[in-house]
Design a protein around this ligand. Structure first.
Ligand SMILES: Nc1ncnc2c1ncn2[C@@H]1O[C@H](COP(=O)(O)OP(=O)(O)OP(=O)(O)O)[C@@H](O)[C@H]1O
Length: 328
């Protein structure tokens, strides 16, 4: 196994009865990187993360975690931490007591092992002595992350870590994950929030119905050639619209309505064509107040790839039906 990889999975399959949850999945997670796992509901994300945590065994394929070949035994490889379906916590204990209990289960002394530090790191210092029973979903998620941090993981596996987080909680979690990656930990997380994935991850795997439809650097998904719709707010909407209408490679899409009283122009263009338009707008002494993709590049790529896969599956089903009918 390449020493730079925290996870090397090849041809992983996993079925639950008739349901094929994972169908030949390959996954590389690099140490020191944050890898996003995205896909529609039921795509197999949690199942795959559960395999990495040793909560279930694959039916087929090969899996190596931190250089250790994973067999059929249900246990986490040393150095792996994280959770799926929310962290396991004791509701009647405080946040601090939960972490102390975790440490004593591992035979370590809670007072010297940095409980206070990890609680501060995830932004829970002020509620360290409150019972977990009263914690919100976001607070529980952060406590679960603190518990994982205590084990100093070399691979961190998180299912929907942003669930229920307020902006401050999200900032803490993002900071912690980036710090871990900078220290060399491989992080793999699933998320339905494309903005989170874009903000955090350098690599992404897109799963649909148990199959990988894309895996690689996130930058590859926002190819310069891909045309996207952009929202443009300027100090002179009429003049900006005229410039856009006359620009090569730019199409004015629709009346974008207004935002905080400013008229919004929506254009469809590739990045180079958009760059040329922006230069012309600025040279015409028009101020740009806002410029953003209507649908962010990762989400646009995600929708395009998953729709393509759905169409392909629909076509396969139609062909099977036609063959069945022809054979009657
Ligand atoms: N324990 C189980 N028993 C039966 N079927 C299961 C089980 N776990 C998962 N499945 C099925 O396997 C498929 C993949 O489920 P999984 O939870 O991995 O998807 P997911 O991508 O995490 O979905 P979501 O985004 O909704 O959390 C689904 O069809 C699901 O119904």
């Amino acid at each position: 196994m390449d020493a730079s990889l925290a996870v090397l999975a090849r041809g992983i399959t996993k079925c639950f009865g008739d349901v094929v949850a994972l169908d030949g999945v390959d996954l590389d997670v690099t140490r020191g990187r944050i890898h996003g796992l995205v896909g529609p509901n039921g795509a197999g994300k949690t199942t795959l993360l559960g395999l990495l945590l040793g909560l279930a065994a694959a039916d087929g394929g090969t899996l190596e975690i931190l250089g250790v070949p994973v067999g059929r035994a249900l246990s986490a490889v040393e150095g792996v931490a994280g959770f799926v379906d929310g962290p396991g916590l004791y509701p009647s204990l405080t946040a601090r007591q939960n972490l102390a209990a975790l440490l004593s289960l591992r035979g370590r002394d809670a007072t010297t092992a940095g409980v206070g530090e990890v609680l501060a790191e995830v932004g829970l210092r002020d509620v360290a002595d409150d019972r977990v029973r009263g914690f919100s979903l976001g607070m529980r998620q952060r406590l679960g992350l603190a518990a994982a941090l205590l084990t100093r993981p070399r691979l961190l596996v998180l299912d929907e870590p942003s669930n229920g987080l307020d902006p401050s909680g999200k900032r803490h979690v993002h900071r912690v994950l980036k710090r871990l990656a900078a220290d060399g930990t491989g992080v793999v997380l699933s998320s339905h929030r494309m903005d989170d994935v874009e903000a955090l991850c350098s690599e992404v795997t897109i799963l649909t119905t148990g199959r990988v439809v894309f895996s690689g650097p996130i930058a590859e998904l926002s190819s310069q050639k891909r045309e996207l719709e952009y929202r443009l707010i300027t100090s002179d909407p009429g003049a900006a619209r005229r410039l856009a209408a006359g620009a090569d490679g730019v199409r004015v899409v629709e009346d974008g309505g207004t935002r905080y009283g400013d008229e919004v122009l929506v254009v469809r263009a590739s990045v180079p064509a958009l760059d040329r338009l922006v230069s012309r707008v600025v040279r015409s002494d028009i101020a740009i107040r806002e410029l953003a993709p209507v649908v962010p590049p990762l989400e646009a790529a995600f929708l395009a790839l998953t729709e393509q896969q759905e169409q392909q599956e629909q076509q396969e089903r139609t062909e099977q039906l036609e063959q069945l009918e022809a054979g009657r």
